[in-house]
Design a protein around this ligand. Structure first.
Ligand code: ADP
Length: 421
């Protein structure tokens, strides 16, 4: 799929998700407001009925104006101005609310108007099926009383009433998560296919060069006159040998990663002396170093350089790091390899004066097949497997590898390995 098509799909998908979410939020808010207004109306009507029943029972004339006042979204006051019997009041409130399907806990308080004081209050858990409290409740014979009612779980009750809206919001959430996952998979697949394409391109290129060099050299060697020129013969034979070694190394690298992929890494632990392995790795890369007229400086400060490790794998790791330090340097490579003993283990630092790696790419270079993008020009060949191999092997040894780097200044790869006991 083309990049522009994918970008178009991502933008369209994001816009539609944002649009649907905003619409849903708008309708849920409106539904909540409507339910809230309905709740307030029903409570007012219920309280009005309670007041009327109290007037009737106490034989008091009902006032001309509505005795129910809503003082805030969740607080209603009823001016009774009559005797109040708490037991009767609680019974009437309960009955009126249940009749109107307001099945939610409420609190009420009885106030003495003359003294402006609350004389009684109770919390009534309507949700539980407990009937009117059996304890004897107080009764006031004075005339000047009013009562107030509020609902501590009002919001939960209103949300409960919005069943279809809650359901549709959950469905929408599931759709959004599903949509997000699909997009994530598409993008991941696209990245994988790009990586695969790059890898195949790289591999073909890497193999093609030594193969054609060998083919040309073989053609020269087939010329009978070459026997008269032993120097030329030797130089072409050396070219073939060198290219053959390169091919072997490349095949080995790909095979190594394929093997790591398939099975658990089996390490052959033995006591090795790290300075000796560093020496081996430097020798492995001496040809490339010589070609670029570079030099390696070693500062061996580790007084306890022995570790339990797999000789072959650790030598490969060091070879990869030195090889990269040589490859990714535009001028003459100046590489410093330093060792030290720290409290956490044996530290090996490979420092170079190469092109460096930007902060954004530093996290990615350890990923399999990742190569720092250089546009279409790939003057340095590789498969993007080396650092992934380094990380896998060092972690399998119980150590870790970190990178600090600055563009155009150089990089330092620090490998920390646990010491042999
Ligand atoms: P390869 O070298 O085969 O591409 P690696 O996994 O060894 O694969 O490296 C991944 C990428 O990290 C390289 O493509 C390169 O861009 C970058 N890199 C690795 N080592 C260095 C270094 N010493 N200096 C600058 N860039 C580096």
């Amino acid at each position: 799929m083309k990049n522009s098509t994918i970008r178009f799909i991502v933008i369209l998908a994001t816009l539609s998700i944002v649009g649907i979410t905003i619409t849903q939020l708008y309708w849920v808010r409106r539904a909540f407001d409507l339910k809230e207004a309905e709740f307030e109306r029903t409570v007012t009507a219920a309280l009005y009925n309670v007041a009327q029943q109290i007037y009737e029972i106490k034989d008091t004339p009902s006032p001309a104006n509505n005795p129910v006042k809503q003082l805030s979204t969740n607080y209603f006051v009823v001016m009774v101005n009559s005797e109040i019997n708490a037991r009767l009041l609680e019974f009437l409130l309960r009955t009126e609310f249940e009749k109107r399907n307001i099945v939610v806990d409420f609190e009420y308080g009885v106030y003495d108007c003359t003294r402006e004081q609350m004389v009684y209050g109770n919390y009534v858990p309507l949700k539980s099926n407990q009937k009117t409290s059996s304890q004897s409740l107080p009764e006031w014979a004075n005339k000047g009383y009013h009562f107030g009612v509020q609902f501590p779980n009002r919001e939960a009750h209103i949300i409960n009433q919005m069943g279809i809206w809650s359901f549709s919001s959950i469905v929408l959430l599931v759709v959004i998560v599903f949509f997000g996952c699909t997009l994530f998979v598409i993008l991941k697949q696209k990245r994988l296919s790009e990586i695969q394409k790059d890898f195949i391109n790289n591999m073909t290129h890497e193999f093609k060069t030594p193969i054609s060099t060998i083919a040309v050299s073989t053609a020269v060697l087939k010329d009978p006159s070459i026997v008269d020129n032993p120097e030329r013969l030797l130089s072409y034979a050396t070219i073939i040998e060198k290219e053959n070694t390169r091919l072997k190394q490349q095949v080995e690298r790909v095979l190594q990663m394929a093997r790591l992929d398939k099975e658990e890494i089996s390490l052959k632990h033995e006591c090795v002396e790290i300075h000796q392995l560093i020496g081996d790795a430097i020798r492995n890369t001496s040809w490339a170093l010589h070609e670029k007229q570079g030099e390696v400086n070693t500062i061996f400060e580790a007084t306890q350089p022995e570790i339990q490790a797999d000789r072959l794998h650790v030598t490969n790791v060091l070879t990869n790091l030195i090889d990269n330090a040589i490859k990714y340097c535009k001028g003459k490579p100046a590489i410093t390899i330093q060792t030290a003993n720290t409290t956490k283990g044996l530290l090996i630092e490979v420092k170079d004066n190469g092109i460096g790696i930007s902060a954004e790419n530093q996290k990615r270079v350890f990923q399999k097949f990742y190569r720092v993008p250089t546009g279409n020009v790939h003057d340095v060949k590789g498969f993007g497997l080396g650092l992934n191999y380094v990380k896998t092997i060092i972690q399998a040894h119980g150590g870790n590898v970190t990178l600090t780097s600055q563009l155009e200044k150089g990089s330092v790869f620090s490998v920390l390995l646990p010491l042999a006991h």
